[in-house]
Design a protein around this ligand. Structure first.
Ligand SMILES: Nc1nc2c(ncn2[C@@H]2O[C@H](COP(=O)(O)OP(=O)(O)OP(=O)(O)O)[C@@H](O)[C@H]2O)c(=O)[nH]1
Ligand SMILES: [Mg+2]
Length: 216
């Protein structure tokens, strides 16, 4: 089973809490996946690599994704010749210093709304920068999500930027610590949206998760 690239479609971008509340209440049994991480770690790039080019917008300036972008994607079962569709959320990045007070309050409200209402069937992919793992905002975010009890996978993106073996092993050595500190983290992946490393494994994890959820 695979994600059918190019069949993903953008449904809407929501930047108002009321609108997000309404949308989530209208869709009570959402099965899907949400991407969240610090600004500029490559969330939109990963989405494009996994779900098909031009699914999400890639930023030239950090912090571009200011709204919850909602997409639909299709998983195809080649053997049974069936297709099923699921939801994908590109959630605005955290830990960006340059946003105004007003904007960060709105962002926090959006995030609270998203996590409080969205069903427990959502897989959370927390994207981090392979060169700068477990930054302060990443730790704050892990602390924030622990009450929501969502299955969470950490994806270290931009591994192509790790040039030496010692950089790579330093990152891998963090794994036991991550699993023991953050019990809701069930998988850790190493990926490059740019070069393609690790993407097949991430894709299969997403497919396995969404197919495992009960149908109602
Ligand atoms: N070398 C390298 N660069 C990457 C990779 N993934 C993303 N980038 C670059 O990192 C920058 C940010 O990528 P985005 O995908 O826009 O990041 P984002 O997390 O969606 O950013 P916001 O929406 O602003 O929070 C872009 O210049 C990308 O080309 C990667 O795997 N390797
Ligand atoms: Mg983005």
């Amino acid at each position: 089973m695979n994600i059918q690239k190019g069949k993903s479609e953008f449904l809407m971008g929501i930047d108002k809490v009321d609108q997000l509340t309404e949308w989530l209440n209208e869709h009570p049994f959402i099965n899907g996946v949400a991407f969240i991480g610090r600004s500029n770690v490559g969330k939109s790039s990963l989405i494009n690599s996994l779900f098909g080019k031009k699914t999400a917008r890639v930023s030239k300036t950090p912090g571009r994704t200011r709204q919850v972008n909602i997409f639909r994607f299709v998983v195809v079962n080649q053997e049974a010749k069936t297709e099923e569709s699921f939801y994908l959320f590109d959630v605005p990045g955290y830990g960006h210093a340059e946003v105004s007070k007003e904007m960060s309050v709105n962002w926090q409200n959006l995030l609270d709304t998203f996590f409080q209402i969205c069903s427990e069937k959502i897989l959370l992919l927390n994207i981090q920068d392979a060169r700068h793992p477990l930054q302060e905002p990443d730790l704050v975010f892990q602390d924030y999500i622990k009450v929501f009890d969502l299955e969470t996978y950490v994806i270290f993106n931009k591994v192509d930027k790790l040039k030496t073996q010692s950089e790579r092993s330093r990152l891998k050595n963090l794994m036991p610590n991550i699993y023991s500190s953050f019990k809701w983290v069930k998988q850790i992946h190493f990926a490059s949206a740019e070069k393609g490393d690790g993407l097949l494994a991430v894709e299969q994890s997403i497919v396995t998760y969404v197919m495992r959820q009960p149908k109602t």
